[in-house]
Ligand binder design. Structure first.
Ligand code: IMP
Length: 430
């Protein structure tokens, strides 16, 4: 059986975790392929609310092998914390269930300090990163001076390399006006971490290819979102990896011939954390209503950073673009329940830029900041849909809204989520 790639179709936080959880039920292997612990996936199972940053949601299905692929940048301390938290709720996190690519890169304390220092130095032009050291770790990777997870096999050699790396990073920290780190102190926790992670280190590309050639389904679980892609997002307000479909192949090490499903996940409205353009952004009462108060974990506050998310209407110009970049074969829309009670709902169908109508996003941030969305207004619905499980029980206005989005994006919508619980999904047949 072939591979499914699951991708955030907006700026991240689309609710991929719970969709991945649902798809993992029919997968043998679930792999993360890009990013690191800047991601935050929330999955609710019974009374447990699992907030996962690194480990794929597939871990909550006992039959699934979870892989952290070569495309990731991994903070070993976060990984171990997450493993311990899962183990405390009874989840099996033995090396039979979880593998870390020997080719993945390591996030060090120096990367985290550099992320902070670089953001501080950017001042009002800050990207609004998650401060997890993601950018600096990828910079070292592409600069060919990074540390790979496989180096943890030889703990002594790893710690020596880590200390040398911290010493070298200190020069950059001082340049940015930050305090240098003491290499011995900063690398202390990494000794234990390397010992503990050794049994998990594997050639994960082989694991993925073995599963595929054995006819098992592999799910590539995307993190972040297409509009944060280093190439296809709103550069420089992006992350440093490729959350789009191409990233899955590189970040897990398998070929495109295996892929038969590319599923985009989009929220029924739009959110963004951090800086950067957001053409359909709202403020005032409408934004507050979409955001929620923060009293519930599904309100629009970052899973990783706790920051309030910027909120706005859905943008079909961007959705069409992200569908094209990754070749979505289907789309899942989440958080439809949050839109209940709006009299009308707007959809951006095109932009106006300098008096011209355009149907695809301009490539530069300067232009994207200047576009004026052209909206289509649709009637809303008042019914609470959180208990609905069958399409025929949904309000007609909601179905019209969903159909219009599918039409504008040019991709069929196959599933809706209507609440945070595992079973609050509505699947369309055929
Ligand atoms: P970084 O990935 O921490 O370098 O952050 C770069 C940009 O991507 C910032 O705007 C972050 O807010 C955003 N970002 C990174 N990861 C996520 C995510 O999982 N969800 C939403 N935004 C994210």
């Amino acid at each position: 059986m072939p591979a499914t790639i699951l991708i955030g179709a907006q700026w991240g936080d689309e609710g991929k975790g719970r969709v991945a959880d649902s798809l993992a039920a029919e997968s043998a292997l679930v792999g993360r392929y890009a990013g690191g612990d800047n991601a935050g996936h929330t999955v609710v199972v019974g009374e447990h609310v699992h907030k996962l940053h690194l480990i794929p949601s597939g871990i909550l299905h006992p039959h699934v092998l979870c892989v952290l692929g070569n495309g990731l940048v991994v903070n070993p301390l976060t990984l171990l914390r997450e493993m311990d938290e899962l183990a405390a709720t009874g989840v099996d996190i033995s090396p039979d269930r979880l593998a870390l690519s020997t080719r993945a890169h390591i996030i060090t304390p120096a990367h985290i300090a550099l992320d902070r220092a670089a953001e501080a130095a950017r001042g009002k032009d800050a990207i609004g990163t998650t401060l997890r050291g993601i950018g600096p770790a990828y910079m070292d990777k592409t600069g060919r001076s990074g540390l790979r997870a496989g180096q943890m096999m030889d703990v002594e050699g790893f710690v020596e390399a880590l200390q040398q790396h911290i010493e070298a990073a200190n020069a950059r920290l001082i340049q940015l006006g930050a305090e240098p780190l003491d290499p011995a102190t900063a690398s202390q926790d990494y000794v234990d971490a390397a010992e503990r992670l050794r049994p998990y280190l594997k050639d994960t590309s082989s694991l993925v290819n073995d599963a595929l050639t054995a006819g098992q389904r592999v799910l590539c679980e995307g993190a972040q979102g297409s509009l944060l892609d280093i190439d296809h997002g709103d550069y420089p307000f992006v992350t440093s990896s490729s959350p789009t479909a191409g990233g899955a192949l590189i970040g897990l090490g398998f070929g495109p011939t295996y892929v038969d499903r590319v599923i985009g996940v989009a929220k029924a409205f739009a959110t963004r954390v951090g800086g950067g353009p957001f053409p359909t952004e709202l403020d005032g009462p409408l934004a507050s209503r979409l955001r929620g108060t923060g009293a519930n974990f599904w309100d629009e506050f970052g899973t990783t950073t706790g920051r309030p998310r910027r909120c706005g209407w859905i943008d079909s110009v961007l959705l069409r673009y992200t569908a094209q970049v990754s070749g979505f074969t289907e789309l899942v829309l989440t958080k439809l329940d949050i839109l209940s009670g709006f009299d009308t709902i707007d959809i951006a169908v095109a932009y106006e830029l300098d008096g011209q109508r355009i149907d695809s996003p301009p490539a530069t941030v300067r232009e994207l900041e200047r576009v004026v969305p052209i909206y289509e207004t649709m009637p809303g619905w008042s019914e609470d849909v959180s208990g609905v499980r069958r399409p025929e029980d949904l309000p007609q206005a909601l179905l019209n809204y969903v159909d219009r989005i599918a039409d504008l994006a040019g991709v069929p919508i196959t599933m809706l989520s209507v609440g945070p619980e595992r079973e609050q999904l509505v699947r369309f047949r055929g």
